[in-house]
Design a protein around this ligand. Structure first.
Ligand code: PMP
Length: 288
């Protein structure tokens, strides 16, 4: 495997960062997860643009331009001779002293890994996921905004542990007021009476790129989508539910906290979205 580290492609054994890197010491950095299918990278420009927005929000100067970053992603995928897979793009604050201040870190590091990924077993795309509500809350946008895709994923990791410990496939995260935000690494949609609803970004969550694609698909299917304040009640009483994420794609959810959602199996609109998403990702994107 060839990994891109600060402008060079190196074998995995040589792809290392310093123990003084603030990405490791403080989670001071940002990342993106990007998928490529059939020789094309899906929504590459959107991911790069979100990366630079995350960087701007945390005052991190990425040492290369967005165009160079885009090329670096393509070069890394090509070097690994992959046509289908997942890219993890990480920018850390870089090596510094043991103090918190990023002033001691003059050179942020850019790391690009291209590999394979399967987040959920294939059968879950036809049977659907079981969700539980996690005790761990999504932090308020009044602290670090959840819009920043930062290396601080401990809240999400805690929530994932809680979901797995209770035997569920995925965890639903609420905000401090108890409103629905998203799952540990995916956004959420429900369908009720033929209309789609997804939490408004003001609930405090990451604005997923797959979420945007799902909104486009629903609109194309003639399903009205509204972004609203949602509670667990809305999910309990929904007809259908699905999650969206780059790694997860569009995946049905059929249970929340032991309540069956709708008929307890993926509904017709969800199934069409799962299929349509797969068609779109296999036919659009930046050529590798
Ligand atoms: N929420 C969180 C917390 C995430 O980490 C992700 C990405 N895995 C998503 C939502 C989905 O975002 P995207 O569709 O851009 O992958």
């Amino acid at each position: 495997m060839q990994i891109y580290v600060d402008g060079h492609l190196v074998p995995e054994e040589d792809a290392t960062v310093s123990v003084f890197d603030h990405g490791l010491l403080y989670g001071d950095g940002i990342f993106e997860g990007i998928r490529f299918y059939s020789g094309r990278v899906f929504k590459l420009e959107e991911h790069i643009s979100r990366l630079y927005d995350s960087a701007k929000a945390i005052l991190l100067d990425i040492p290369i331009s967005a165009t160079e970053m885009l090329e670096a992603v393509l070069t890394t995928v090509r070097a690994n001779q992959l046509s289908d897979g997942y890219v993890r793009l990480v920018v850390t604050r870089g090596k510094g002293s043991l103090g918190l201040s990023p002033k001691s870190c003059p050179n942020p590091s850019v790391i690009i890994i291209a590999a394979n990924i399967a987040l959920y077993p294939e059968e879950k795309y036809s049977t659907g996921l079981k969700l539980i509500t996690c005790p761990t809350r999504r932090p308020t946008p009044a602290s670090l905004s959840p819009m920043v895709k930062s290396l601080n994923y401990l809240n999400n990791v805690m929530a994932k542990i809680e979901a797995q410990a209770s035997g569920a496939d995925e965890g639903l995260m609420l905000n401090e007021q108890g409103y629905v935000t998203e799952c540990t690494g995916d956004n959420l949609f429900i369908i009720k009476n033929g209309k789609a609803f997804t939490p408004h970004v003001s609930a405090g969550m990451l604005q997923g790129i797959t979420r945007d694609t799902a909104i486009e698909i629903l609109t194309e299917l003639g399903v009205a989508v509204s972004q609203e304040t949602l509670t667990r009640y809305d999910i309990f009483t929904a007809d259908e539910c699905f999650l969206t994420g780059t790694a997860a794609e569009v995946i049905p959810a059929v249970e929340l906290d032991q309540r069956r959602i709708g008929a307890g199996e993926p509904g017709p609109i969800t199934r069409r979205c799962v299929e349509r998403y797969r068609e779109i990702v296999n036919s659009q994107g930046t050529s590798i």
